[in-house]
Design a protein around this ligand. Structure first.
Ligand code: SAM
Ligand code: SF4
Length: 414
């Protein structure tokens, strides 16, 4: 069943919290394993939220997403202050989806109740595995018992929209253990699962450890085996496989993430966060220190000039001029997409989802040049059973789901 109910998505806000208690061996996300800069960061973040309020031209915000790093490291008061600020500076839709990524090693029942009281209505908990040998290999700080405890606390605190992250293709696991992980997930009766194949990120500690032969290597065949098990069992249990790594009960998809795949505008705050205003992309520098420096300088600049709107026209102009190296290093970069890039991005993002490529939309919004190109290049892929076509939609076949990027490349505008 394909659910198209969110073609009418509204804009979203993403807030990147770049701190973790310690760095997990496999993780390539931008975060620091120390809280030294937390207070300075929060001050800078508040400035960014206030200063960029015109970025989305007053468009209503339908989703707010605290991602990381580990947003659940922030106290209830700190999250509350950020939500208040967002509420004051932005036009918020009627029932916004407010998600917080949470790490079990930071959770307690009291904390989860505090989040509910603030209006946070969706949790994404990084469980990774319900088995301690897997968690040890991944250098997670929690054990399986605590993971289960956190899910029960979340339910008890009143959360019904709960997602968990699991990682498969682990060398410490096998088909039987992965099946038992899935048994536990299904028994919990949660509406959403994000399951990721273990990826060796270039900057991750695990990648180095494997290169040095210090820990078990990763085998791609294990990931393929687990993915097949996952897709089959999730569908049998009534979950929609709505994106390569995401499964949900009907209607319980992540609205925030769906807006990325549907090209809805969003604004991202914090180091390494991306923004999209409908035509161009912007991304913040991946350095907490630089981020804090620039927003402190920007704020001083506004105060000195008594800038009434407290506006920040170009972040780059606040880079201190007396530091030649840093002048090369703006706090954010911007890229306006050409129609060809927009087409490639659309193909890449939509192929990952069960909504597929909408040829009618492509023709209407981007012109016949692109829709004919896409349809023409799809024919050999359909013949090879890598793509399927239903009326005006092109989809990946189930077997190709893990190879979405390779199929997308064949459809790219050269
Ligand atoms: C920002 S973290 C989630 C929140 C919190 N920081 C935590 O770890 O509990 C995002 C998720 O990405 C997944 N992830 C990160 N690096 C990965 C990798 N190298 N391979 C597979 N999954 C990965 C993990 O499942 C992780 O929970
Ligand atoms: S997986 Fe989560 S907790 Fe671990 S380092 Fe990455 S962001 Fe931090």
């Amino acid at each position: 069943m394909r659910d198209f109910s969110y073609f009418c998505t509204m804009a979203g806000i993403y807030i990147h919290i770049p701190f973790c208690k310690s760095k997990c061996a496999y993780c390539g996300f931008y975060s620091l394993p120390s809280f030294k800069l937390k207070d300075r960061f929060l001050e800078a973040l508040k400035k960014e939220i206030a200063m960029r309020k015109d970025y989305l031209n007053g468009e209503a915000i339908n989703t707010i997403y605290f991602g990381g790093g580990t947003p659940s490291l922030l106290s209830i008061n700190e999250i509350g202050e950020l939500l208040h600020l967002i509420n004051d500076a932005y036009s918020i839709g009627k029932k916004p989806e407010i998600t917080l990524e949470a790490n079990p090693d930071t959770l307690s029942l009291e904390y989860l109740e505090g989040l509910r009281q603030l209006g946070v209505n969706r949790l994404s908990i990084g469980i990774q595995s319900f088995f301690d040998n897997d968690l040890k290999y991944l250098s997670r700080r929690h054990d399986s018992q605590h993971a289960l405890q956190c899910i029960n606390w979340a339910k008890h605190a009143g959360f019904s929209n709960i997602s968990i992250d699991l990682i498969y293709g682990l060398p410490t696991s096998n088909a039987e253990q992965w099946n038992r992980n899935l048994d536990l997930f299904f028994a919990l009766d949660l509406p959403h699962l994000s399951a990721y194949a273990l990826t060796l990120e270039p900057n991750a500690i695990l990648t180095k450890q494997i290169e040095l032969g210090k820990v078990l290597p990763v085998n791609e065949e294990d990931a393929l085996r687990d993915y097949e098990i996952l897709c089959k069992r999730a569908i049998e249990k009534g979950y929609l496989h709505y994106e390569i790594s995401n499964f949900c009960r009907p209607g319980m998809h992540s609205k925030h993430n769906a807006s990325y795949w549907f090209g809805t505008p969003y604004i991202g705050f914090g180091p390494s966060a991306h923004s999209f205003d409908g035509a161009s992309r912007q991304w913040n520098i991946s350095s907490v220190e630089r981020y804090c420096e620039v927003f402190a300088a920007a704020s001083r600049h506004c105060e000195e000039r008594s800038n009434p709107g407290n506006k920040l026209p170009f972040l780059d102009c606040f880079v201190p001029r007396n530091d030649a190296k840093r002048v090369q290093e703006p706090v954010s970069e911007n890229e306006r997409l050409t129609p060809e890039q927009q087409y490639n991005e659309y193909v890449m993002l939509r192929l990952r989802t069960h909504w597929g490529i909408d040829l009618k939309w492509l023709k209407r919004e981007m012109g016949e040049r692109f829709s004919s190109y896409c349809e023409q290049h799809a024919q050999p892929l359909i013949a090879q059973d890598r793509l399927s076509q239903t009326r005006e939609f092109l989809y990946l076949t189930d077997k190709q789901m893990l190879f979405a990027d390779g199929v997308a490349e064949e459809l790219f505008w050269e």
